[in-house]
Design a protein around this ligand. Sequence first.
Ligand code: ARG
Ligand code: AKG
Ligand code: FE2
Length: 337
Amino acid sequence: MTTAWPRYELSDADVAALTSIVDTVRATPYADPRQPDFYDRNRFAVRQLPAGLWEFLDDFRHSEPAAGCTVHGFPVDDRLVGPTPTHWDAEQSEAHVTEIEVFLALCGMALGEPFTWETLQGGRLVQNIVPIPGDEARQNGHGSEALLEFHTEDAFHPSRCDYLLLFGVRNEDKVATTVASVRELALNPADVEMLTQRRYHILPDDEHIRQLTLRQPDHPALKLVERMRDAPEPVAVLFGDPARPYLRIDLPFMRCVGNDPVAQRALDALHTQLLANQDDVVVERGTLLIVDNYQAVHGRRSFRARYDGTDRWLKKLTVSRNLRASTEFPRGSRVLV
Ligand SMILES: NC(=[NH2+])NCCC[C@H](N)C(=O)O
Ligand SMILES: O=C(O)CCC(=O)C(=O)O
Ligand SMILES: [Fe+2]
């Protein structure tokens, strides 16, 4: 990595404390972190997180010291998680996988409000990232042969996450997640000027439309994302404090408004800079990667899937700092459209 990111190693005492919290939560009636009520019913558990871990996560959120950080050493027993499923919907329900999901969920709760979308993975909050046969060439979390290009997670949506959490269940081939920070860039002022204007359309990525089209074509959420695809609002790529801008970009799913070669050149210049400053992060078994979705873009290197139960398997959770800002949604909902 070119960037030294904040890194937290769980101590033996931390692991012992976490194991005890996970057991406590698993004994409650709301023990499934894929369900929204998990997050509303288990708030007590966040207060019990080991102090060092809690302070690390709180500082990452509050001081914005870097575009990403990592937490290492949550124990994962490869024999107990079961084979890597060949579809996000096809895993065996092993208890050890739920323990992992509880750890991921508690880290997410320390950073803000975990949430998801009606349009992805049946509305479950903790999602699977696994290679799926037939998706090899797709720009989604389930591709493999194709490089997954840089994107802000759910860039098209005004209520996109502040943090993207990826936890390594299995990654024997050490397939890297790619990350690039807006803080590292040296752009010329004319390009910055272009990128801060509402000259771009960002469309929903295919998964937001494809999954419901295949499974629940009458779902009302489908109509809403189709409208966002067919009539997108023009948006800026760089925004916020000009001295410390944030970014919003999804190269495979964005276009300039109208024919605007100057805006396109600025976007290309930004892409070139992001590529020149990217880091490879291998989310290994037991590693949690947290990406600041306002400061960083991410993607994934290409790889060859085997579909024999030993492929790369990550768990994913998205977290908002302020779900109240998503005013169109029912108060308290964690499954947005
Ligand atoms: N360029 C992109 N936005 N790629 C897709 C990102 C992941 C996609 N939302 C999924 O669930 O698989
Ligand atoms: O597989 C990875 O490392 C990243 C996947 C990703 O970007 C996604 O699912 O949104
Ligand atoms: Fe992503």
